[in-house]
Design a protein around this ligand. Structure first.
Ligand code: ACO
Length: 335
C-alpha cells in the first residue's frame, strides 16, 4: 500500500435492482414461514427478484452503464472489466465478456472473479493492484447476482434470504491523497461445504438425477456461516483499520456485507460503531451476495451519509469461505 505509485479512487457508482418485489408475506404463501420469523431472525422485509428473461449480465450491464455515466466516462475509456458473480449467465464465456459485448466494446480485457459474497472487496483489491502499478487508469468493476436462479423455493432456511441485484463502480487512478487506504483478504477452504452449489460443475455435471435431487440449488449450513461471520468480520475490520492506519473513531461509515441484520448489529457492537455509522439495507434488498456492499454504498450516498472525504470501512464474507476488508476515503464530490 505504501509502495503504490498511484491510489485507486471510486470515480463512479451505479446499481440496478429488478422491479419485482417479493415480500415476506409473499413467502408465507410459498413455504412454511412468517413475516415475523424472517424479520426477527434476518432483518429482511422484502427482496427484489429478476424476471425469467434476466440473467446476471442483464442486471450487471445496467449497473455498469450507470456507473460509467456517474463517472462521466464511456466504456471505451475503460482499461479492464472485472465482473464478480456466483450466478454467471453460463459457466463460460465469462459474464464479464458478455457484459463487455453488451456495452459495445470488443477489445477491453474482461474476466470474472469468484469470491462469492466477499467478491466486491476482492474485486476492489484486484483492481487497485493494476492501478497502483500504473498498468491501468480506469477499471469497471461489476458485481451482479441472480441468486434466484439457484434458490430452492422449497427450502425455507435459504429462500427467505436470497435476492437479485447488481452494483458497479469505476475505479480510477488518482493522486495519493485518499481513495483506497488499506485492505486485507483471506480464505479458508475447509469451510467450503457450509455454503455451496453441489451440481453443475465438473465434479457433478448436470444429469436428470441431479435436477430431480435439487442439486443445482444453493445449500447452506446457516448456523456455521453465522458463527464464522461474527467471529471473522470483527477481526477483518480491525486488521483493515490497522493496515490503513485508522482507529475506529476515524471511520465515518461502516458498510458490511448484508447477510443478516443480526450479524451486522453484533459486529458493529463489538467494533463499537454506533448505529449512525452503520449502513443496513438488508431490510429492502435481502442478500444479493457480492452486490450488497455497492448497493448499500449507493443508498448511503443518495441519503447524504457519504460526503467528500468520508472514510468508509467495507467488510465482506462469503462462500469459500472467503473474507475481505477495505478502507476508503471518498474523494468524489457528492451532491
Ligand atoms: N421460517 C420459519 N422457521 C424457520 C425458517 C424460516 N424461514 N428457517 C429456519 N426455520 C426454523 C428451523 O427449522 C429451526 O426450527 P427447529 O428449531 O424446529 O429445528 C428454527 O427455525 C431455528 O433454525 P436456526 O437455523 O437455528 O435459525 P437461526 O436463528 O440460526 O437463523 C439463519 C437461520 C437466518 C439462516 C441464520 O443462521 C443466518 O443468517 N445464518 C447466516 C446466513 C448467511 O450469512 N449466509 C451467507 C450468505 S448466503 C449467500 O451469500 C449466497
Amino acid at each position: 500500500m505504501k509502495s503504490a505509485l498511484f491510489n485507486a479512487h471510486i470515480a463512479g457508482i451505479g446499481t440496478y435492482i429488478p422491479e419485482k418485489i417479493l415480500t415476506n408475506f409473499d413467502l408465507e404463501k410459498i413455504v412454511d414461514t412468517s413475516d415475523q420469523w424472517i424479520l426477527e431472525r434476518t432483518g429482511i422485509r422484502e427482496r427484489h427478484i429478476a424476471s425469467a428473461e434476466q440473467a446476471a449480465s442483464d442486471l450487471g450491464v445496467i449497473a455498469a452503464q450507470r456507473a460509467l455515466d456517474d463517472a462521466g466516462l464511456t466504456i471505451n475509456d475503460m482499461d479492464l472489466i472485472i465482473t464478480t458473480t456466483v450466478t454467471p449467465d453460463m459457466l463460460f464465456p465469462s459474464t464479464a465478456c458478455i457484459i463487455q459485448e453488451k456495452l459495445g466494446n470488443h477489445t477491453i480485457p474482461a474476466f470474472d472473479l469468484n469470491a462469492a459474497c466477499a467478491a466486491f472487496i476482492y474485486g476492489l483489491v484486484t483492481g487497485t493492484q493494476f492501478i497502483a502499478t500504473g498498468t491501468y487508469r480506469n477499471i469497471l468493476l461489476i458485481c451482479t447476482e441472480a441468486l434466484s436462479s439457484v434458490t430452492n423455493w422449497k427450502d425455507r432456511s435459504t429462500c427467505v434470504l436470497l435476492a437479485d441485484g447488481a452494483g458497479a463502480v469505476v475505479l480510477q487512478r488518482g493522486d495519493s491523497s485518499g481513495g483506497v487506504l488499506g485492505y486485507t483478504l483471506g480464505a479458508d477452504g475447509r469451510g467450503g461445504l457450509n455454503l455451496y452449489q453441489p451440481a453443475g460443475g465438473s465434479r457433478m455435471p448436470a444429469t436428470l438425477e441431479t435436477v430431480q435431487n435439487d442439486l443445482h440449488f444453493l445449500r447452506m449450513n446457516g448456523q456455521e456461516i453465522y458463527k464464522f461471520a461474527v467471529r471473522n468480520m470483527v477481526e477483518t475490520a480491525k486488521e483493515t483499520m490497522n493496515k490503513a492506519g485508522l482507529n475506529a473513531s476515524d471511520v465515518d461509515l461502516f458498510i458490511p456485507h448484508q447477510a443478516n441484520a443480526r450479524i451486522i448489529e453484533g459486529i458493529s457492537k463489538r467494533l463499537e460503531f454506533p448505529q449512525e455509522k452503520v449502513v443496513i439495507t438488508i431490510d429492502k434488498y435481502g442478500n444479493n451476495s457480492s452486490a450488497t456492499i455497492p448497493l448499500a454504498m449507493n443508498d448511503a450516498l443518495k441519503a447524504g451519509r457519504i460526503k467528500k472525504d468520508s472514510v468508509l470501512l467495507l467488510v465482506g464474507f462469503g462462500a469459500g469461505l472467503t473474507w475481505g476488508g477495505l478502507a476508503l476515503k471518498w474523494t468524489k464530490t457528492t451532491p
